[in-house]
Design a protein around this ligand. Structure first.
Ligand code: HEM
Length: 493
């Protein structure tokens, strides 16, 4: 009776207040972290730290305040950030099996659906990664292998540079096309002319998606997908771009199906079609056309922007450091000369050039936060407890700039990779490809591309800025960290 009386006396405001307090209590109970969970900044109820941008500069500042393992709350989820060489190594190498899965990121799930290589888990991931790895290895063998394709493509790239006749030009999409053509040769069995409008359009759609993936709205999508998916914004552009890219890939696959000859596989798609046939009786292996589309998308997505952006950084640094450019050219002239193309066996005789390429990758910091991962089981890291299923980010940028590992972390300094005799020295904290179970699948291919494109360009051209327009060393942050668009002059040597 008394309760009835109290309830009857409630007006709308009281009810709203009562519901708010109830939801607040539910939120506090639901989002309470387990004991010994990494700490982090104070967060708003319901929203958490959604107003904190997840970029590597902010994450570096937070690591300075909260230590190498800290957490942020995004909506009701708590995400853990791991920084610095020691802790990232502990997570990815010493605890090899603890952080090997991918979380579901709603924005990318729309396209990638948790299948393929880069965003899948379990048997699907194992089978698809192994298959792609084997193909890359087999494709890499023999005279017509990867090295041959990259050398050939380097010549086309040099031709395109030469056609600019020493005028200032923006090399952005030439480099993307050159790198994209290597993946195209592996996957489609052919390259695209730099004047091919369809492929150029695909490169631009991809570049736009990668940049927009770092926007605040795209990050908000992952926190409140059911609300944000109905709103306009960059996330809609990302999804639309990926739809157009997958349509393009689907068309290539359909063309392959028309003239597929299992006895004479030409490329990754042909070999995959054979695998689909072989594994018809075993649907759980995940070999089907839908997965093939996503695997080819993975190879383009993971392999194109990353390597092309590194090459753009290479040009930016060579223009900013002409004395280093000259030293690389002197080594090229000594070891290779002008009468033949560089090949991979030259690398061991070119420690200075190798060191410069490593330093470009270090300071270029192309994938600053790596790809997100998920604790595959309950784990303890740095004395903190991280329950199975927690999303983690390994801050690769904090490793590449770790002041305990690098003599001059913020200075472009190839000496980081040279010993006192001028020989190349490996550095453990060189982790642009990440490490552990999910280490970049294309690391070898990427290293080959960087060496061959870089040496071939500097063998043929001296690179300089347009007078008064030195490219800035400050980058643009999206999913990758890339140079601002710039003009370069390539004068034949
Ligand atoms: C300079 C060039 C490149 C850089 C800096 C780079 C960097 C990375 C990084 C940081 C990851 C995330 C690893 C992790 O989650 O811990 C990754 C994954 C991956 N990369 Fe690369 N990458 C490059 C080139 C390539 C190329 C050329 C390919 C093409 C074959 C490729 C294919 C992949 C794939 C498929 C994954 C996902 C691996 C998995 O989830 O198992 N990458 N890469």
């Amino acid at each position: 009776m008394i309760l009835q009386g109290v309830l009857d006396s409630f007006d709308v405001k009281c009810w709203l207040f009562f519901i708010f307090v109830f939801l607040l209590v539910v939120d506090i109970v639901r989002s309470r972290p387990p004991p010994k969970f990494p700490s982090g900044p104070w967060s708003l109820p319901f929203l958490g730290n959604v107003f904190t941008n997840l970029d590597f500069k902010t994450m570096d500042k937070m690591a300075a305040d909260y230590g190498p393992v800290f957490s942020l709350r995004r909506g009701s989820e708590r995400i853990v950030f791991i920084s610095g060489y020691k802790m990232v190594k502990e997570a990815l190498i010493n605890q090899l099996h603890s952080f090997a899965d991918r979380p579901i990121t709603p924005l990318f799930y729309v396209t990638f659906k948790g299948i393929g290589i880069a965003l899948s888990n379990g048997d699907m991931w194992k089978n698809q990664r192994k298959f792609a790895n084997t193909h890359l290895r087999n494709f890499g063998e023999g005279k017509k292998g990867l090295e041959h394709h990259i050398q050939l493509e380097s010549s086309f790239l040099c031709e395109a540079f030469k056609e600019e006749q020493g005028r200032g030009f923006n090399p952005h999409f030439m480099l993307n096309n050159a790198v994209g053509n290597v993946i195209s040769s592996v996957v489609f069995g052919h390259r695209f002319e730099y004047s091919d409008e369809n492929f150029q359009k695909l490169l631009r759609l991809d570049n736009e998606a990668v940049i927009l993936a770092g926007s605040a709205m795209a990050q908000l999508y992952d926190v409140f997908p059911n609300i944000v998916k109905h709103l306009p914004g960059p996330h809609q552009t990302i999804n639309s771009n990926y739809r157009q890219i997958t349509d393009f890939l689907q068309q290539e696959i359909d063309k392959h199906k028309e003239d597929w000859d299992p006895e004479n596989p030409r490329d990754y798609i042909d070999t995959y079609l054979t695998e689909i046939n072989k594994r018809k009786e075993d649907p759980t292996a995940g070999f089907n056309t839908e997965t093939l589309v996503i695997c080819t998308l993975d190879l383009f997505e993971a392999g194109m922007e990353t390597a092309a952006t590194t090459l753009r950084w290479a040009l930016v640094y060579m223009m900013n450091y002409p004395e280093i450019q000259k030293k690389v050219q002197a080594e090229i002239d000594k070891v290779i000369g002008q009468s033949r193309q560089p090949n991979m066996s030259d690398r061991t005789n070119m420690p200075y050039t190798d060191a410069v390429i490593h330093e470009i990758q270090r300071i270029g910091n192309v994938v600053p936060l790596g790809f997100p991962k998920m604790a595959s089981k309950d784990a303890t890291l740095g004395g903190y407890f991280i329950p199975k299923g927690t999303t983690i980010h390994t801050n690769l940028s904090s490793v590449l700039f770790d002041k305990d590992e690098w003599e001059t972390p913020y200075t472009f300094n190839p000496e980081h990779f040279l010993d006192s005799d001028g020989q190349f020295r490996r550095r453990d904290a060189f982790m642009p490809f990440s490490a552990g179970k999910r280490v970049c699948l294309g690391e070898n291919l990427a290293r080959m591309e960087l060496f061959l494109y870089f040496t071939t360009l500097l063998q043929r051209f001296s690179l300089s800025p347009v007078p008064g327009a030195m490219p800035t060393l400050e980058g643009v942050l999206g999913f990758t960290y890339s140079p601002e668009d710039f003009l370069v002059r390539a004068l034949p040597r």
